[in-house]
Design a protein around this ligand. Sequence first.
Ligand code: AMP
Ligand code: GLY
Length: 426
Amino acid sequence: MKVLVIGSGGREHVLTWKISQSPLVEKIYCAPGNGGMSEIAECVDISANDIEALAQFAKKNDIGLTVVGPEGPLVEGIVDVFEEKGLKVFGPSKLAAQLEGSKVFSKEFMFRNNIQTAPFITFEDIEDAKDFLENARFPIVVKADGLAAGKGVMICNDKEAAVKAVDDIMKDKIFNEAGEKIVIEECLIGEEISILAISDGNDSVLLASSQDHKRIFDDDMGPNTGGMGAYSPAPIVTNFLMKEIEACVIEPTIRGMRAEGIPFKGVLYAGLMVTEEGPVVLEYNVRFGDPEAQAVLPRMKNDIVALMLASCDGTIANIALNWDSRDCVCVVMSAGGYPGKYENGFEIKGIDEAQKYGDTVVFHAGTKKTGGSLVTCGGRVLGVTCLGQGIEKAIDNAYKAVEAIKFDHCFFRRDIGAKAIRKIKI
Ligand code: AMP
Ligand code: GLY
């Protein structure tokens, strides 16, 4: 079968890498892909958002399965367009993708279906929102309704910051129409984890747990990023907690969507806060996490293509997932300045050397091949991923591999996985 992977980041590289191991696959295309993906697949120059051109490509090239990496095209309805043309595609429909595409939809859905989430109020009127803030308790969280490239959530420590957030989103429209509505919600305290499940609309299987590192600096300081590293499994997620998440979050979500007439197929990503009262949903995403996928998928023993086909065909109930018992750590190497301004075009050296360390794979996120060399082309550049017997060994392996890689103005966090070590030592 020929497979088309849509997207160009580290998540799409690990997906392509994992898909390439499937005996069901004869050829992989990536649109648009990146420097790393071009080594294992044929990259085609079509944007991930050009749904019509992607569908035409899939039709013309007899693509048996299309895998959509990022949320943008899913929220825009790529799955509906492909399915109308008789093309098999892994992911949720446009309506189901609202779980990520609209905070208002997802919060109201959770409320209707008794799924634990932070108490919230939705506002369509800027003055109503500001009136509410007069007597609110702080810190408080202000969220733009629509997609905002991961920047639409503002944690506000006082009234002044919250009013500014409301003005930025609703008056100055810094996220354009994503800010027509907002959600204001209680700020939760706890540790964040990512639990992903694959569903066919009726049944689901849970993937191994993982934890992202969203802030740019060590000890979770500095501004939010797309993710500076991840590890799997997350020791905070005991077997008991995993069962609780399955019974109280994942299953009611899949059941609720089906009952509301919009069955959810594809990856359901629950971003959860583990609080003293149990797991509470911070957000849903409708695709694999980046960089969680880089830490989770190398541990998956199953054929991912068979799993994705089962999601498309409604046969997930027949699948049991098997996991490598080793830990996996992904350290993101970024361009100095990210998530603010940074420069592109620095030559990257040492990837082959890094991959000589046992069970290391370097996933590309922002790279490009020019002439004979590989250069940086994005804020997050590489995801250096290692398996190891125990989290300490996996971390050690990952940082040895990181030290072998060089590019100008490179930056990375030095504490990826440290929380897991603290947890297992308690
Ligand atoms: P979201 O876009 O909803 O995933 O939110 C992005 C990030 O904001 C989350 O990963 C959390 O770190 C943080 N966040 C969102 N909602 C809350 C909340 N109610 N309390 C505390 N932190 C939150
Ligand atoms: N790592 C967070 C996300 O993929 O949204």
